[in-house]
Design a protein around this ligand. Structure first.
Ligand code: HEC
Length: 161
């Protein structure tokens, strides 16, 4: 009996050690001093291109959720746009003022229409917002990046109520 317990304990220790080694190996790509490691991590944070892929997808999802009357989903998508925008403001601080202005001039109004469950207001705001998206692309030397509303939303989510 005592032997079995010993084996069990030894097994548990071996497993724990193996898991520990696996974990250490999992971050072995992070090398150098703490400063160097921080730089490595900072360098791989998403820039505006990655942020914008999410931004555009969420904007589209919000539009179709609003159209389908799923107002909670529409408001959620706009909220998430604001969250991911913060990543862009942090990693590309030069763009922060334009992003903040876009948020208060356009996203806040769109969110208000979603919270008021007002489709006619939302529908009339949408082209103005899209125009402002593309104006910012022009201002930031990306005039060839033109957002257009696709015929269907990208999310595998129910956009109706
Ligand atoms: C701060 C100004 C600004 C605003 C506001 C803005 N964008 Fe962008 N967007 C950019 C920049 C800059 C890029 C190019 C990304 C890069 O730096 O490589 C871009 C790229 C994109 C891309 C291409 C991403 C890719 O690489 O595939 C999409 C899609 C996009 N934006 C959608 C939108 C939508 C939709 C809105 C409005 C709801 C919007 N953007 C508002 C600045 C902006």
């Amino acid at each position: 009996m005592r032997r079995r317990v010993t084996i069990a304990v030894a097994l548990a220790l071996t497993c724990g050690l193996a898991a520990g080694i696996a974990y250490t190996q999992g971050t072995s790509w992070l090398r150098g001093t703490t400063d160097q490691q921080l730089k490595t991590l900072a360098d791989i944070q998403p820039g505006l291109g990655t942020v914008m892929m999410e931004y555009g997808a969420r904007f589209t999802n919000a539009y179709y959720a609003a159209k389908g009357g799923n107002w909670d989903l529409a408001a959620y998508m706009i909220d998430e746009m604001k969250e991911i925008q913060e990543v862009g403001e942090t990693t590309r601080p030069a763009r922060a003022p334009l992003l903040k202005a876009f948020e208060s001039n356009y996203l806040d109004r769109l969110e208000a229409a979603a919270k008021a469950k007002n489709w006619s207001q939302y529908q009339s705001l949408a082209p103005q917002v899209i125009n402002a998206c593309n104006q910012c692309h022009v201002k930031t030397q990306h005039a060839y990046v033109v957002y257009q509303l696709p015929p269907t939303p990208p999310a595998p989510l129910k956009t109706s109520r």
